[in-house]
Design a protein around this ligand. Structure first.
Ligand code: SAH
Ligand code: DHB
Ligand code: MG
Length: 222
């Protein structure tokens, strides 16, 4: 049994024992695979952590960059409650279609808005339209653009918001080939988190069914 298999087994155990990953969420995973999308949604324990952070900051307005089949957005939508909303950005029309069906089946379709298009363009429009700030931003799309996404997140949040970035370790590739645009983007965004006086940040390594990875989380200071 490889380490990775055991990480997956423990992830399954924790998801069942501690985290309430119900059949609706499992169904979202299944339909994502059946639709031919890559099964790269967050783990159940990470989804629950996103939900917990929403509750800790009392999030009502959440922004997600990178939707896929709508798995993490469903955790977020449940956590913001009936008064809350999740805006999620996706460029793949097929993923958008699958996600919207998943939210309908999960009963959260009325609180999730998907904006189709390249996230950088959508973020520019959101910033220039002067939209109300978000309480939590979850960045989980193309890693090379993470520095731009963090800049936009800073423009779209308020003191007390949280900014979360997925996949900042990628099996240790964060320390690898510095020509890979995704590695460059990840390292740059981690440096930005570490040096911006507006943020208190950390990055945490994780192991799960998705192998060795990690996330960064930053609190927007007053
Ligand atoms: N947050 C999801 C997983 C997202 S996977 C979950 O945990 O359930 C990353 C997604 O980002 C993919 O669906 C991909 O199509 C999308 N994506 C990649 N580059 C993008 C871009 N430039 N603009 C918008 N979406 C992008
Ligand atoms: C990949 C992207 C993700 O957002 C993730 O959580 C895992 C893997 C990928 O592009 O390989
Ligand atoms: Mg991810």
């Amino acid at each position: 049994m490889t380490e990775d298999t055991r990480w997956g087994d423990v992830e399954g155990y924790l998801a069942k024992t501690v985290v309430d990953e119900d059949e609706v969420l499992v169904g979202i995973r299944t339909r994502t695979v059946q639709a031919g999308l890559r099964p790269i949604e967050v783990s159940a324990t990470d989804g629950a952590l996103l939900a917990l952070w929403c509750r800790l900051v009392g999030a009502r307005r959440v922004l997600e960059i990178g939707t896929l089949g709508g798995y993490s957005a469903t955790w977020l939508a449940r956590a913001v409650g009936v008064q809350g909303s999740v805006t999620t950005l996706e460029m793949d029309p097929r993923a958008a279609e699958v996600a919207q069906e998943n939210w309908r089946l999960a009963g959260v379709g009325d609180r999730v808005e998907l904006i189709l298009g390249a996230a950088a363009d959508t973020l520019n429009s959101l910033v220039s339209s002067g939209t109300d700030p978000y309480d939590l931003v979850f960045i989980d799309a193309d890693k090379k653009s993470n520095p731009a996404y963090l800049e936009a997140a800073l423009a779209l949040t308020h003191p007390g918001s949280l900014i979360v970035i997925d996949n900042v370790v990628r099996g240790g590739r964060v320390l690898g080939d510095s020509d890979d645009p995704d590695v460059v983007g990840t390292r740059r965004v981690l440096e930005m988190l570490g040096s911006d006086p507006r943020l208190q940040a950390t990055a945490v390594q994780t192991v799960s069914s998705k192998g060795w990875d990690g996330f960064a989380v930053a609190y927007v200071l007053g």
